[in-house]
Design a protein around this ligand. Structure first.
Ligand code: BTN
Length: 239
């Protein structure tokens, strides 16, 4: 990756979007308009965490297969946190959790070309590194420092992340995503056990039994064995 640092930026996702180079990355100390999923903001104390984005220009990746990139980014984050002995898991679709707390969030924004291929993929990541107090109403935030009891070098963590991502991405055969599918499943939070969820019909107990081809969450309801498939935002986890 080609790494650029900017002290203050509106959003690293917006900054990298205008850049046209594959594997270019920008990180900042502070974003004035950091964006989260579902129109939320992203809280990050100045200079304490990693807020970064990188640009991918994949060859021949269909828009319908975009979830594989999301899986790779999530796996690279989990693998990076494992280097620091942090037991991180992926909460579908791409939040990173430590026990029941969120340590990292991912915001992927795609640019499509006219033939249905992805021409640019902007991967934006917020990873809580050294912040220990969170002021916003973000549910259950946690940081690497809170998990390990010590501070960490942001540059070292970023460099570890780049290594882990490159191991997964460079030379990857997008026609055959089995190895990434398998690792994503292995690292999935709450897989194969009954937990509480809520969907349009109300609360229920269910078990995640698979991830569909396009990244759908496939859940079996305990009460009657009904199997349902969810797209992002169609259901929520309850604790
Ligand atoms: C989430 O809501 O879980 C996703 C958060 C993504 C935040 C990161 S911080 C770097 C990049 N720039 C942004 O504006 N958002 C992403």
């Amino acid at each position: 990756m080609e790494i650029e640092y900017i002290k203050t930026v509106s959003s690293t996702n917006d900054h990298i979007l205008v850049c046209d180079r594959d594997m270019a990355l920008v990180y900042s100390d502070f974003q004035t308009k950091g964006r989260g999923q579902r129109g939320n903001g992203w809280e990050s104390e100045t200079g304490m965490n990693l807020t970064f984005s990188f640009m991918l220009k994949p060859n021949e990746l269909k828009a319908s297969s975009q979830f594989v990139i999301s899986k790779m980014v999530a796996l690279a984050l989990v693998n990076t946190l494992h280097l620091y002995d942090i037991e991180a898991k992926i909460k579908w679709p791409n939040d990173i959790y430590v026990e029941d707390k969120k340590i990292s969030g991912i915001l992927i924004e795609n640019v499509l070309s006219s033939n249905g291929m992805l021409s640019k993929v902007v991967c934006g990541i917020g990873l809580n590194v050294n912040q220990v107090q969170f002021l916003s109403d973000a549910p259950n935030p946690v940081s690497m420092a809170m998990s390990t009891g010590k501070n960490h070098s942001r540059e070292q963590v970023l460099s570890d992340f780049c290594d882990e991502f490159e191991k997964l991405y460079v030379g990857y055969d997008f026609q055959n995503s089995k190895s990434v599918d398998f690792s994503y499943w292995e690292e999935l939070y709450r897989r194969d056990a009954y937990h509480k969820y809520i969907d349009a019909e109300g609360e229920f107990i269910g078990k995640i039994i698979a991830i569909g081809q396009y990244g759908e969450l496939i859940v079996e309801r305990k009460s009657d064995g009904l199997i349902k498939s969810y797209l992002f935002k169609d259901m929520k986890y309850l604790w």
